[in-house]
Ligand binder design. Structure first.
Ligand SMILES: [Zn+2]
Length: 253
C-alpha cells in the first residue's frame, strides 16, 4: 500500500508538537511559605489593572503549572512561584486541578484529539491543494504539486484549515479545563476551610498574574481561549457546591 504524504506529515507534525518524554525527576523539597495577609472576601474576578496600577510594575512571572509526560515521565508540575505567591490551601487547589488532568486521563485524550485532528487537517489539505493550484498556480508561478514552490501554498492552506477548526480545539481544551476545575474543587473540599473561596482566590491571583481580561469578547473566547475566562472560573468556584444540597459529586467522593 502506498503511504500517503498527508499521513506522514501528520505523524511528523505530532513529533514536532513535542510530547514530553523526559525522565521523571524525583520531587524536590520546596519551601511552601505562606502569604502573610489573608485576602478579603471575593465575589467575582476583579480586573488585574487595579493591582498593576498599585504595584507600578508590568513584570509578569507566570507559574506554568501543568501535568505532562506519558508513561513513567507522567507528572504534575507546580512551580515554585505558585507556592510562593499562594497560600498553602490555594496551592493545594492548583495541585488538585492538575491532579484532575492526571486522574481524568487528559493527556491521552489530548493526544488522541491531536492525532485525529491532524489526520483530518492533512487529509483536507491533500484534497484541496489540487484545486488551489489549478486556480492560482499559474499566477503564483507554481508549475505543479511536485514543484517545491508549492510548499508555501500548502502551508497557507493548512493555516486556513487550522484557523477554521480552531474553535473546536479551543472548545475541547476549555471542556477539559472545566473538568479539572471541578475535580480540584471536589478534591480540596473538606481538606481546607471554605474551599470555594480558596479556589476563587487562587483564580483571582492566576488572573492577575496573567493579566487576564475581566470581560473578554465571546467570539474571542470561542476562537482563542484554551482555558475558560477567569471570571467564569471564579464564578464556578463560588457556585459549585453540590455538598450544600446533598447532590452527588462528579469525580471525587
Ligand atoms: Zn488545567
Amino acid at each position: 500500500m502506498k503511504i500517503r504524504a498527508w499521513i506522514v506529515a501528520s505523524v511528523l507534525c505530532l513529533g514536532a508538537a513535542g510530547v514530553p518524554i523526559a525522565r521523571a525527576q524525583p520531587p524536590e523539597a520546596t519551601d511552601t511559605t505562606t502569604v502573610a495577609q489573608q485576602p478579603d472576601t471575593i465575589t467575582e474576578y476583579r480586573s488585574p489593572t487595579d493591582k498593576l496600577a498599585r504595584s507600578g510594575s508590568g513584570l509578569v512571572i507566570l507559574g506554568l503549572d501543568q501535568v505532562t509526560g506519558i508513561g513513567a515521565s507522567k507528572r504534575v508540575v507546580v512551580w515554585d512561584n505558585t507556592s510562593r505567591d499562594m497560600t498553602d490551601p490555594e496551592t493545594m487547589f492548583v495541585f488538585g486541578h492538575e491532579q484532575g488532568h492526571y486522574v481524568l486521563n487528559h493527556i491521552w485524550l489530548s493526544i488522541t484529539f491531536l492525532v485525529v485532528g491532524l489526520l483530518i487537517a492533512m487529509y483536507l489539505a491533500y484534497r484541496l491543494i489540487g484545486g488551489v493550484l489549478d486556480r492560482f498556480g499559474a499566477r503564483w508561478g507554481i508549475r505543479d504539486l511536485g514543484n517545491w514552490a508549492s510548499l508555501p501554498a500548502l502551508m497557507l492552506l493548512l493555516s486556513l484549515v487550522f484557523l477554521i477548526v480552531q474553535p473546536i480545539a479551543a472548545g475541547f481544551s476549555r471542556h477539559l479545563e472545566r473538568q479539572a476545575d471541578i475535580y480540584g474543587l471536589e478534591v480540596i473540599h473538606g481538606l481546607v476551610p471554605d474551599s470555594p473561596r480558596v479556589a476563587a482566590q487562587a483564580f483571582q491571583k492566576l488572573g492577575e498574574k496573567a493579566l487576564s481580561y475581566p470581560n473578554p469578547n465571546a467570539l474571542f473566547v470561542l476562537w482563542t481561549y484554551d482555558h475558560p475566562p477567569v471570571s467564569e472560573r471564579v464564578r464556578l468556584a463560588l457556585d459549585y457546591r453540590p455538598w450544600d444540597v446533598n447532590a452527588p459529586t462528579r469525580y471525587v467522593e
